[in-house]
Design a protein around this ligand. Sequence first.
Ligand code: ATP
Ligand code: MG
Length: 561
Amino acid sequence: MTETASSAPSDFIRTAVSEDLRSGRFAHIRTRFPPEPNGYLHIGHAKAIAVDFGIANDFGGVCNLRFDDTNPVKEEQEYVDSIMADIRWLGFDWGDRLFFASDYFETLYQYAVRLIEKGKAYVCDLTPDEMREYRGTLKAPGRESPYRNRSIAENLDLFARMRAGEFPEGSRTLRAKIDMASGNINLRDPVMYRILHATHHRTGDAWKIYPLYDFAHGQSDSIEGISHSLCSLEYEIHRPLYDWYTRELGIYAPRQIEFARLNLSYTVLSKRKLLRLVKDGYVKGWDDPRMPTLSGLRRRGYTASSIRAFCAAIGVAKADSVVDIAMLEHSLRDELNKSAPRVMGVLRPLRVVIENYPEDQVETMTAINNPEDPGAGTRQLPFSRVLYIEQDDFRENPPPKFFRLAPGREVRLRYAYFVTCVGVVKDAAGNVVEVRCTYDPATRGGDAPDGRKVKATVHWLSAAHAVPTEVRLYESLFNRPNPDDVDDEGGDFLSNLNPNSLEVVANAFVEPSVRSAAAGAAFQFERLGYFCVDPDSRAERPVFNRAVGLKDSWAKVEKAA
Ligand code: ATP
Ligand code: MG
């Protein structure tokens, strides 16, 4: 493959990679996606995955999957499994290059010993509080630790004994000896190892010391021969340290390039916050359809291709920004508009009786499956004397611009007949519980031979054939564009949770053709939006999630807010 064979539009990273190949700095491109297995992947990770795998692919290289599992306290096998499943689902493949930073613990330990032997690392006995105090501030330089000038022999001995588990947790650290006066606080003798007597999900109790991110990450990149270590912007100020370690160790040096994280309006993309939503029961789990996790989006009805299209559309840049959630919805709507079969569903049923239609008669009406896809064909819809229409499609006293069904008014029933409302039936409280109509047999199929027009077409179901279903309607989980924007001092993002984010419509109906649709199948309910079959579905009683509406509803919301 040539270095110009790029499927995605170029960007500053592709330009840099291209230049590195041309100049010979790297002969082959090898990237990695390095998730920490402490939560499920979210849409921000999808962006990173698209960048890491996409760039490797464009330049004929490969991308490794490496679990950054250096913190035994927060990491679990459940997360490892879900992360692998989600990456595969998104459509990316790491081949046989599955790695764990924990596989390198012995090598990393030897690297640390090498730095001690060079006089570039030392064992420090400052407590965490003291260390903070010695570190200085952005304006004031730090002070050197009183343990900084221990002999190499003493450091080697103490570090070996840290490994052997001789010292209590938190009592000592191994620190790089760099510069306590550096303008970059990351270079003020950063901690390389800490003592943790915790059980690791892969190495068990073998280790009593664990490397910190900065020491583990770059060296893992180096061990794997990564050419470009692509990461989000917050690591930019860590880059001097990243480079310092490989330089002082004299090992292969990858190039770190940073790009802006994805931020989405009305959404939190921090695993810590997402974990809180799950653990404290604000949502039903990591795959709750309101969650921005890949498993939540998938359950909601998002396809892998729509997420990839979204990632391509947002591109990759160096400057931080917030992407409008409407863009994500647009990518799904755009795809489902082309691919999703149309069906009839009625969320809030109102009974309609056609008085002049024979009691026992059932006709079948021909309906188009997808006007965007002529190959999708047609299906037969049963029509009978008693129907359901949407409550919203009838008004006893219609306001000026309401053109749908009302007393004395004629409308079209989609793919069926023109009907005219000739009366209503009310309950004791005065609510309309049934609409009485007559139909014009000459309008079968939906057009009048005399050319007369109606102003509205409404969808319907034959009551005797309609399948009862539960429909879950969603709004954004948060009601502020930036959920971290809080009014009261003590508040946090949880105070911006949208109390209406889930509405369960328990007594909806759908047409018989989708009675046994498989979980994950997506449909357009005509006039109502795109809906996806939820795994909670039982035989004969499907459950649907509304994935996205038919139109962008956000523009309206913004104006009203
Ligand atoms: P969080 O803050 O949610 O815990 P993280 O960066 O700690 O995120 P990791 O598992 O370490 O999560 O992330 C793996 C990779 O995904 C990293 O390279 C990270 O930069 C990238 N990443 C995480 N969140 C985003 C985001 N919102 N946009 C783009 N890339 C992201
Ligand atoms: Mg991280």
